[in-house]
Design a protein around this ligand. Structure first.
Ligand SMILES: O=P(O)(O)O[C@H]1O[C@H](CO)[C@@H](O)[C@H]1O
Ligand SMILES: Nc1nc2[nH]cnc2c(=O)[nH]1
Length: 296
């Protein structure tokens, strides 16, 4: 089987024709052949949130570069390990670092792990991310449960579902009005309530990055219904849902969107990582409790 990569650059930029069922199955079998556990829950750690992976016990750690046909993590705050083990006694598979389209990966490649999870037998995908707060009532450090997304990039040829559709993954025309499952959000909310952790809920706006947004773009995203903005998660949620898996997604608000022109404030990745690191333990606590309720 020939590699999809030339010097780690994805040569399959537009269609997902190269991500055949057999090729994805090859990756999924490669992982399953190396572990005894059969996780039904997958967790994706966002920028600065990889500490969750360190909570996984009896862990088998696979650096991405060891996994056949897997992309590499190139972003600070994304370690690039796939971890299989137990969180709170529950079998999980955890991505310590994700792939973003601004790294030069097509959205089809960014979301390849979702298809791998599907073929491994995963039923629930838990996505985490760092995001900028568009909703002016949000504070830095808030945790936002994602209710829905708006993703202008996915209205274009960047949509990861473009190309040949293999029905063994999902339908040609998937419905998307119910991606982020209410029952999972309800469970997460009740865990937060019990722990007296304040929770926000809102819509995630997805842009490709790598630049942070202009003031006018931010205003447009607010008009579109966005409460937080980032460069991930929505593409993964779309593909996970298309594959028939349950999706829960949580954004940590690491910065407030600067929606005044001529402001001297500006976002930066160092601050995103710093805030994510500071607040990661709260998110980790919630997720560790949550997995007990997802292993059905
Ligand atoms: O979405 P995650 O991977 O958490 O990362 C977020 O943080 C980075 C910007 O600081 C962007 O990649 C944005 O998407
Ligand atoms: N695009 C984008 N990604 C982020 N990740 C964390 N904060 C932000 C932000 O303000 N914009």
């Amino acid at each position: 089987m020939s590699s999809l990569f030339v010097n780690h650059i994805n040569i399959n930029a537009i269609t997902n024709n190269e991500f055949t069922y057999d090729r994805v199955k090859n990756i999924s079998d490669w992982i399953l052949n190396r572990v005894d556990l059969r996780p039904k829950i997958a967790i994706v750690c966002g920028s600065g949130l990889g500490g969750l992976g360190e909570r996984v016990q009896d862990a088998r750690i696979f650096p991405y570069e060891e996994i056949p046909d897997f992309p590499r993590s190139t972003v600070v705050g994304h370690k690039g390990n796939l971890i299989v083990g137990k969180l709170n006694e529950i079998p999980v598979i955890c991505m310590q670092g994700r792939f973003h389209s601004y790294e030069g990966y097509s959205n089809a490649l960014c979301t390849l792990p979702m298809k791998v999870f599907k073929l491994m037998g995963v039923q629930t995908v838990l996505l985490t991310c760092a995001a900028g707060g568009l909703n002016q009532s949000f504070k830095v450090g808030d945790i936002m449960l994602i209710k829905d997304h708006v993703a202008p990039l996915l209205w274009t040829l960047q949509n990861p579902l473009i190309g040949h559709n293999d029905e063994r993954f999902g339908p040609r025309f998937p419905a998307c009005n119910n991606i982020y499952k209410k029952n999972l959000r309800d469970i997460f909310r009740s865990i937060a309530e019990e722990k007296q952790i304040e929770l926000q809920e809102g819509n995630y706006a997805y842009l490709g990055g790598p630049n942070y947004e202009t003031v006018t773009e931010l205003k447009a995203l607010i008009q579109m219904g966005g409460d937080a903005v980032g460069a991930s998660t929505a593409n993964e949620a779309l593909v996970a849902s298309y594959c028939g898996m349950n999706v829960l997604a949580i954004a940590l608000i690491t910065n407030k969107a600067v929606i005044e022109y001529d402001s001297q404030d500006f976002p930066c990745h160092e601050e995103v990582i710093q805030i994510a690191n500071q607040k990661a333990c709260v998110l980790q606590e919630l997720v560790t409790e949550l997995v007990k309720f997802l292993d059905f």
